[in-house]
Design a protein around this ligand. Structure first.
Ligand code: ACM
Length: 421
């Protein structure tokens, strides 16, 4: 293990204010789509601590994998932690050839594994030593594909007896039933036993309501309880999860779609949908964290698609993070969070390539505020930190003109540079 605290970091600046601008300085790591070994997670916590991040949002369940044991539901890990990497051919925001290349090159065991209770406890302990709390995420009621592979009766009943390869549509939505409700309560209790942090993220993103709404028997049953559409059904699941969290003295966090469903106002919301998510979240009055996908999703490209590893379009460089992130003045805003989704990031090397150096601009903003640090003042510090990272075997994306310019920065960037980035 590297000694990452040997030298004094230059980000945030040594002369930065004592008190950070953002109380919540987060990074979301997707351990579902790629199972990150404990060593990689330890190293990330070390790096987060160096740059004064204080929250790891740990995405532990999704369609691609379930990453912790729930003894009452053993198939969650027996089956849900051993799924093949999906082809993701339905993604329209990633170059198809790069996508296929990344899937073909991914190590075959990179989607296989789950964290034991002892490993989770060890990571919580390491995090605490670095001033970091770990917020686990159980993504529900959508993105439940791994759990449904393990227990098909939790998903669309019309698909329960079909092999997954024959499902005519994605089967990632929990179906409202006493069985699903029991699973949610058990999983919430389990996560609260494993993780001491006061907030648990319950997902809530990207539920395709049309799938529930196409089941007339289901809609008839739900209407009898006064629940007339998909939003209301999502609210039914949220109530179950949030009530169970409350029994465990925890608060619910969720992605910003939640504020468009019945909420109570005490949920912590992560505004990720560019513009729209921030507007809806601010209108809700809930506490929230700025997690905008346009500049804080670090799995986006950071250069021309042809010469980069697979990444989401459009991309941006580190300068674009520093210059373009704008934290609204809002008393309900708790902070900022970057994210790295790992469909196409199957190994440590590629993870570091996407995270660095862009994560360092997020760290600067999280501590000092948005629009405070000029690129001219930041660049030499950033270059020193990049050299330091390299000396530790953590290899950032190589520096070039795309480092400075983002694809969507159009105002003051010469066309020739933009074309190349
Ligand atoms: C998300 O990117 N679906 C939160």
């Amino acid at each position: 293990m590297h000694d990452l605290s040997a030298e004094r970091p230059l980000i945030p600046a040594p002369g930065a204010p004592e008190q950070p601008r953002c109380a919540w300085r987060g990074l979301m790591v997707d351990s579902s789509r790629t199972f990150w070994p404990v060593d990689v997670m330890r190293e990330l916590l070390d790096l987060m601590g160096r740059y004064r991040f204080n929250r790891l949002h740990w995405h532990l369940t999704d369609d691609a994998g379930w990453r912790f044991d729930v003894p009452e539901h053993p198939r969650l890990v027996e089956i849900g932690s051993r799924l093949d990497r999906e082809p993701f051919h339905w993604y329209s925001n990633t170059d198809p050839e790069k996508r296929a290349e990344a899937i073909a090159a991914a190590p075959s065991d990179s989607t296989v594994g789950w964290y034991t209770d002892a490993q989770i406890a060890e990571l919580i302990d390491i995090a605490a030593q670095r001033g970091i709390e770990i917020m686990p995420e159980i993504d529900l009621p959508g993105h439940m594909g791994a759990a449904i592979r393990a227990y098909p009766e939790l998903g669309d009943p019309s698909l329960a007896d079909l092999p997954a390869a024959e499902w005519p549509h994605r089967n990632d939505l929990l179906w409202p039933s006493e069985r699903s409700a029991r699973l949610v309560r058990t999983v919430v209790d389990r996560v609260c036993r494993l993780f001491p942090f006061d907030t648990v993220h319950i997902g809530g993103d990207e539920c395709d309501y049309a799938v529930w709404e196409a089941d007339s028997a289901l809609m008839g049953r739900m209407a009898a309880q006064g629940l007339r559409d998909g939003r209301a059904i999502q609210g039914w699941f949220t109530d179950i999860a949030r009530d169970q969290l409350r029994r465990n003295h925890r608060r619910a966090a969720a992605w910003d779609e939640l504020v468009e469903t019945p909420v109570r106002g005490d949920e912590l919301i992560f505004a990720w949908r560019d513009g729209q998510g921030v507007r809806a979240t601010q209108a809700s009055g809930n506490d929230w964290v700025y997690a905008d996908a346009s500049r804080l999703y670090l799995n986006r490209l950071s250069g021309p698609a042809e010469s980069e590893p697979a990444g989401m379009r459009p991309g941006f460089g580190v300068r674009s993070v520093l210059d373009d992130v704008d934290l609204p003045e809002d008393g309900a805003l708790q902070g900022i969070q970057a994210a790295v989704w790992t469909e196409f990031i199957p190994d440590r090397r590629t993870l570091h390539y996407h995270l660095f150096p862009r994560l360092l601009a997020v760290a600067e903003i999280a501590w000092s505020g948005a629009g405070v640090t000029s690129w001219e003042e930041f660049e030499p510090r950033l270059r020193s930190e990049v050299a330091w990272l390299e000396s530790q075997g953590v290899l950032p994306r190589p520096w070039d003109e795309c480092t400075e310019y983002g694809q969507s920065r159009t105002a003051d960037v010469p066309a020739a540079v933009l074309d190349g980035c």
